[in-house]
Design a protein around this ligand. Structure first.
Ligand code: SF4
Length: 317
């Protein structure tokens, strides 16, 4: 059986060797962030439903995990918002009951935790990494472009309630978009919200790969350090661990992607369709090739195309 809903294991900068579980079709989300690496949200929704068959996901997990692979985490992530899946709680319960030795993580945009039922569903996870890129309505609209029924204050209240109920680790992720959420005023509001939410730590990120909007720029390392020291309990999301040393990093995938791009420029979706590798996994290998300066991005009408760099040079940011 081909795995449709699992990807990786992929080397993750935050989680070591992580098996991804994708419960949501591309690109279904409650937000449409300007920096999203998965492209524009095509289904902007707050509807929680069984977007992919729970039984199929559980079968795939069972087949894969029964072989006892070495993993640091099993992570709910992918090309949309995982908490929109209405049976995520059943999948978490299956994993805890049958494969409880694997730590479980959720990467989430944090918008739906005002729902007490969802907070209960995720309560058995080991680690939740919700995002908080804004604390004012104006900046929330500018950076995250939410579904019209969402508000920044509702999202923050949901995160405050989640922290009260959730016994596991919470790392709050703040993605810095220069010119939008790095003003003194907004950072002050984010700090006040973070203090109320009270996560175990704050992780600061910025653009390091092509985002949805090409005007989004990366924050400088100096600015990130300054913001980290202002927010407190913060770390800057570091570089990937040396990938070649991670068992699951498949050099063959890097080579295959490079060979394909030598023939013609492709989008992430093209590579996914041609090579049969999950888009989130393609993205990891693409990031690696971008960091190595072996490929670059060109924005064309059909989207952002990846192509081989003519000569080795500056790393794409
Ligand atoms: S929440 Fe995540 S998946 Fe949704 S648009 Fe923002 S970055 Fe993309």
């Amino acid at each position: 059986m081909r795995n449709r809903h699992l990807f990786g294991p992929v080397p993750s900068r935050r989680l070591g060797v992580s098996l991804g579980v994708d419960l949501i079709p591309h690109k279904t989300c409650s937000l449409n962030c300007v920096y999203c690496e998965c492209g524009k949200t095509t289904n902007l929704t707050l509807e929680r439903r069984e977007y992919v068959k729970t039984d199929r996901v559980i079968n795939e997990l069972n087949n894969y995990l029964s072989q006892g692979p070495p993993l640091d985490y099993i992570t709910f992530a992918g090309s949309g918002e995982p908490t929109l899946h209405s049976r995520i709680g059943d999948i978490i319960a299956f994993l805890k009951d049958n494969y409880g030795h694997y730590p479980l993580c959720l990467l989430t945009n944090g918008t739906l935790f005002h729902d007490p039922y969802l907070r209960k569903e995720v309560s058995k996870l080991d680690l939740i990494i919700p995002s908080l890129d804004a604390a004012s309505e104006k900046v929330f609209q500018a950076v995250n472009r939410p579904h019209k029924e969402l508000s920044c204050s509702k999202m923050i209240e949901g995160l405050v309630e989640l922290r009260k109920d959730f016994p596991g680790e919470m790392r709050l992720e703040v993605f810095i978009v220069p010119g939008l959420n790095d003003t003194a005023e907004e950072l002050g509001a984010i700090k006040a919200a973070a203090d109320r939410i009270n996560p175990d730590s704050i992780q600061l990120g910025t653009l390091d790969r092509p985002g949805t909007e090409d005007w989004v720029e990366a924050a400088t390392n100096e600015d990130l350090k300054r913001i980290a020291s202002y927010l407190g309990r913060s770390e800057i999301i570091g570089e990937f661990r040396a990938r070649q040393k991670i068992l699951s990093f498949k050099e063959s995938y890097s080579r295959l992607i490079l060979q394909t791009l030598r023939r013609r420029p492709c989008t992430i979706e093209d590579l996914n369709a041609m090579l049969g590798i999950h888009p989130a996994e393609v993205q990891k290998y693409v990031n690696h090739l971008l960091e190595e300066g072996k490929i670059e991005v060109e924005k064309l009408e059909r989207g952002q195309f990846l192509k081989v760099r003519k000569a080795p040079g500056k790393i794409m940011k």
